[in-house]
Design a binder for this molecule. Structure first.
Ligand SMILES: NC(=O)c1ccc[n+]([C@@H]2O[C@H](COP(=O)([O-])OP(=O)(O)OC[C@H]3O[C@@H](n4cnc5c(N)ncnc54)[C@H](OP(=O)(O)O)[C@@H]3O)[C@@H](O)[C@H]2O)c1
Length: 371
């Protein structure tokens, strides 16, 4: 059976997806029982050179041609951002096409609406690449760990901030210098806000927590602090105390059912499993009541790592189409949960107070922290 794919967006992930589908075509066909063929690609600047071997006649600037093509079975949305991606995804679903995306912001903000639209249309909607790039997280949570009550997930979910903190830790450099270096190497965007202020991590935590706890999570309900305030001295003192500083995403469900979600820099003991996750690597540590601790590690971004997840989703959809099971994941029941208020979090805090080295100053500060 031939499955026709329309790709929207031919950037880092779009090119990676075209390349992996081309290079591993025979393997994918053998494993899925389907020939996955890219029959149309729509992108903003169609004539731009691309770092991938692709039939140029497939590329146009015409998104409508993809959405309206009755022969296309699956649309891969690889544009990013909320609009027009949301509109394109909803229209593809309404036209009876399954959709695969890696768009974390779209899923975190509109995942519920899109899943309902997919269920109504009786088609598949998959988004493995939206969290953790090439690291399988969505499928393990939905399938392999489905028999568990997941009580905690803790992760390093942003490669840019992990790269910056790693370089600060290893080289003793300050945040601004490492950020500039990361930008020159292409690890950080010209506008680094989404990464360094923790927005990207909250999108990913919202998606993972939504699946793990079976509840709709708005990224706005997640307590968020980025890494701009972390200085070389914080890292140095943390090291002296036996800790490393990481930007952590934490989701925890208490016995009473209340869910706590937060993203912030945290001190991890040097022996903690996430403390040695360095550079652009991502990792997630989950705890299920039956399985205990499970850890996932790998490349959280990049064209081909993310394409690995996108292609896996395309293959799953193709298999569903082959056996007439498209839409099988639709209509998931989502419960409402009580979210713990930020003021109610109980956690240990490390407070660094720079003071002049005079005996009276030290005493005054000590008094502030006396119970
Ligand atoms: N990069 C990663 O490592 C990574 C990892 C995980 C998830 N993701 C997600 O994957 C998605 C794509 O990311 P990316 O890094 O590949 O982005 P990117 O390199 O900026 O590529 C985006 C592509 O979309 C095209 N595009 C933009 N607006 C469009 C529009 N209105 N109509 C048609 N095409 C449009 C661009 O066109 P032109 O090139 O033609 O101008 C470009 O080819 C995002 O949702 C991102 O969050 C990325």
């Amino acid at each position: 059976m031939q499955i026709n794919i329309g790709i929207l967006g031919l950037g880092t992930v779009g090119c990676g997806t075209v390349e992996v589908l081309r290079r591993n075509a025979a393997l994918v066909a053998k494993r899925s029982g389907c020939e996955l063929r890219v029959t149309r690609i729509a992108t903003r600047t169609p004539h731009k050179p691309r770092p991938v071997e692709v039939d140029r006649s497939l590329i146009s600037g015409d998104v409508e041609a993809v959405l309206r093509d009755p022969d296309i079975h699956i649309v891969a949305e690889l544009i990013g951002g909320v609009e027009p991606a949301r509109d394109y995804v909803l229209r593809a679903l309404a036209a009876g096409k399954s959709v695969v995306t890696a768009n974390k912001e779209l899923i975190a903000k509109h995942g519920g609406e899109i899943e309902e639209a997919a269920a109504r249309a009786g088609v598949d909607f998959r988004f493995e690449g939206s969290v953790g790039g090439g690291i399988p997280l969505v499928a393990p949570l939905r399938e392999s760990l489905i028999g568990n009550r997941v009580t905690q997930l803790m992760g390093i979910l942003n490669g840019t901030t992990n790269y910056i903190l790693t370089k600060m830790t290893q080289g003793g450099a300050d945040f601004d210098d490492v950020l500039r270096e990361a930008q020159s190497l292409g690890y950080a965007e010209a506008d680094p806000t989404a990464d360094v202020d923790g927005f990207d991590t909250t999108y990913k935590l919202a998606i993972l927590a939504g699946i793990a706890f079976g509840a709709p999570v708005s990224p706005d309900s997640i307590a968020r602090e980025g890494i701009r305030g972390v200085g070389a001295r914080d890292i140095e003192y943390a090291r002296e105390m036996g800790f490393v500083i990481k930007l952590i995403a934490l989701g925890r469900q208490a016995e009473d059912g209340e869910i706590e979600l937060r993203v912030h820099p945290a001190l991890l003991p040097q022996g903690h499993p996430l403390a040695s996750v360095n550079d652009v690597f991502n990792s997630v540590l989950m705890h299920g009541d039956a399985v205990g601790d499970v850890m996932f590690y790998g490349r959280g971004a990049g064209g081909e790592p993310t394409a690995s997840a996108v292609v896996a989703d395309l293959v799953e959809v193709a298999r569903d189409l082959r056996c007439g099971a498209a839409g099988r994941g639709g209509g998931r029941r989502r419960a409402e949960f009580a979210w713990k208020d930020l003021a109610a979090f109980v956690t240990r805090l490390c407070v660094r107070v720079p003071v002049a080295d005079r005996p009276r100053n030290a005493g005054a500060h000590r008094r502030c922290f006396r119970r």
